[in-house]
Design a binder for this molecule. Structure first.
Ligand SMILES: C[S@@+](CC[C@H](N)C(=O)[O-])C[C@H]1O[C@@H](n2cnc3c(N)ncnc32)[C@H](O)[C@@H]1O
Length: 195
């Protein structure tokens, strides 16, 4: 996944060729994902970034939700928020629905490169160990909203984009107020879209 991530961040147009194999790969991993790849240590960085978000989001999106771990974290922190989890893998979405803890959570099979939501839908967009599609991130984040992006094993995460690159790409699209979180072994970045 490291090579795929590097290629797609450099040339997003190539994602069209890679979407099917990536979805098939995560379909295969879905059944064991939550038990083997999700633990509090790896969620420390995204947790720190979410703790710095304010005010409470009304609508939050977990992009590349996998088995829904971050969607569940969002609901724990903001029980009133409408939380949407999106993943390109239908088997991951089935797992996320099975493990869902709240009636305010919705899980949808969709592609982060081309999301089925109007511009400015979400007050908060979270990505944990996920390939960022920067144009779509900027489009779906509401004015005054935030993006939290984390890599649970820092630079050793298979899907990893250096945070300097993430910050540069978001800054080019008008984001500001960048904050970094170093919670070993993870790293995270929080950014805000101006109101
Ligand atoms: C490494 S897993 C992380 C899952 C979850 N965020 C976590 O921390 O446990 C990456 C997830 O992103 C999904 N994904 C990759 N590219 C995607 C895309 N373009 N749109 C939606 N989901 C995508 C994969 O199917 C996979 O479930």
């Amino acid at each position: 996944m490291r090579a795929v991530t590097t290629v797609v961040v450099r040339v997003p147009a190539l994602w069209g060729l890679l979407r099917r194999p990536v979805a098939a790969n995560f379909d295969r991993l879905a059944a064991g994902w939550d038990a083997s790849r999700v633990d509090e240590r790896r969620l420390g960085a995204i947790g720190a970034a979410l703790a710095a978000v304010g005010p409470a989001p009304a609508r939050a999106l977990d992009l590349g939700t996998g088995s829904g771990a971050i969607a569940r974290k969002l609901s724990e922190r903001w029980p009133e928020a409408e939380v949407t989890g999106v993943d390109v893998s239908s088997q991951m979405i089935a797992e996320a629905r099975r493990l869902s803890s709240s009636v305010r959570q919705t899980f949808t099979v969709a592609d982060a490169a081309r999301l089925p939501f109007p511009a400015g839908t979400f007050d908060l967009v979270a990505l944990n160990n996920m390939i960022p599609f920067f144009d779509e991130l900027a489009r779906i984040t509401a004015r005054g909203g935030s993006v939290a992006i984390a890599y649970g094993l820092g630079a050793a995460t298979p899907i990893w984009v250096p945070l300097d690159r993430v910050e540069r790409e978001l800054a080019r699209r008008g984001f500001e107020a960048f904050e970094r979180f170093d919670v070993p072994p993870g790293l995270a970045l929080l950014a805000r879209r101006p109101a």
